[in-house]
Design a protein around this ligand. Structure first.
Ligand code: MN
Length: 264
């Protein structure tokens, strides 16, 4: 490796501490991101690489058809004109960070990421990307719509991050953490990914010129399943930690489908 090129970065970087990459999908200006980065600085050397604007619900999208650019906003603080997945990919494989991150923490998202939200969420996808790259990763979201107080969630994230740094995570598994909105939190529950019951998620309206337009997204918080789900924990005032596995294979379906006799 050519050390002279990275000399400046190497001297600035504290190699004794684990390098923690912080990302989000609400964009570089989100208070959730700065609260998280600040709390994590107590346990590691923090680099922030986040989208230059809101990227909520972009899922695991990767930008392949245009160039991407880093902008240094402050020391160890970069914005990228791409998705959360782009940010993690560039941070890990690009030449901006002094070394490979030891941990990826994504959030703190404004709003919960429960049940099927996991498939759409840019916050969770950033942690998925970290996991795919073999780095232990955590996604953290705070329930609610406004009036967020991120500091307690950031403190909790740092606690979990510190434990993950000590113990590592099971293979191909990320932690999806959701914090309830209320001040008095009852405790922490390990949960399974719940299943939302969808209501009218597409709203049809008419614009001032008489043309119809559509708005995706409902406010439903009804779910199927029992007490062990992420939904149930949050509703009852508990922090939810769901271990999410990246292998989406339904193993029991393989044994069932073999009787279908698929043939060429
Ligand atoms: Mn978001």
């Amino acid at each position: 490796m050519d050390r002279t090129k990275n000399n400046k970065k190497a001297t600035e970087s504290n190699t004794d501490k684990p390098l923690i990459l912080v990302c989000n999908d609400d964009g570089i200006r989100s208070e959730g991101l700065s609260a998280l980065a600040l709390a994590l600085r107590r346990i590691g050397e923090v680099y922030v690489v986040a989208p230059d604007r809101e990227q909520s619900a972009v899922g695991h999208s990767l930008t392949l058809h245009r160039p991407l650019r880093f902008e240094e906003i402050a020391p160890k603080w970069y914005s990228v004109d791409g998705t959360p997945t782009d940010c993690v990919t560039l941070a890990v494989h690009g030449k901006v960070l002094p070394r490979r991150p030891t941990l990826v923490v994504s959030g703190i998202n404004k709003g919960a990421n429960l049940g099927e939200d996991v498939s759409y969420s840019g916050t969770v996808s950033a942690a998925m990307e970290g996991t795919l790259l073999g780095i232990p990763s955590i996604a953290i979201s705070l329930e609610g719509k406004r009036g967020f107080d991120f500091a307690p969630s950031a403190k909790f994230a740092a606690k979990v991050a510190s434990t993950v740094l000590k113990k590592n995570l099971p293979k191909d598994t990320l932690l999806n953490i959701n914090i309830p909105h209320q001040k008095k939190i009852k405790g922490v529950r390990l949960t399974s990914q719940g299943k939302r019951i969808y209501g009218d998620v597409v709203i049809e309206k008419e614009d001032p010129r008489g043309k119809k337009y559509y708005w995706i997204g409902g406010d439903m918080l009804r779910w199927e399943g029992g007490e062990d789900t992420d939904f149930a924990a949050i509703t009852k005032g508990y922090i939810s930690i769901t271990p999410i596995h990246l292998d989406m294979t339904n193993y029991s379906a393989i044994s069932e489908l073999q009787y279908w006799n698929f043939k060429v």
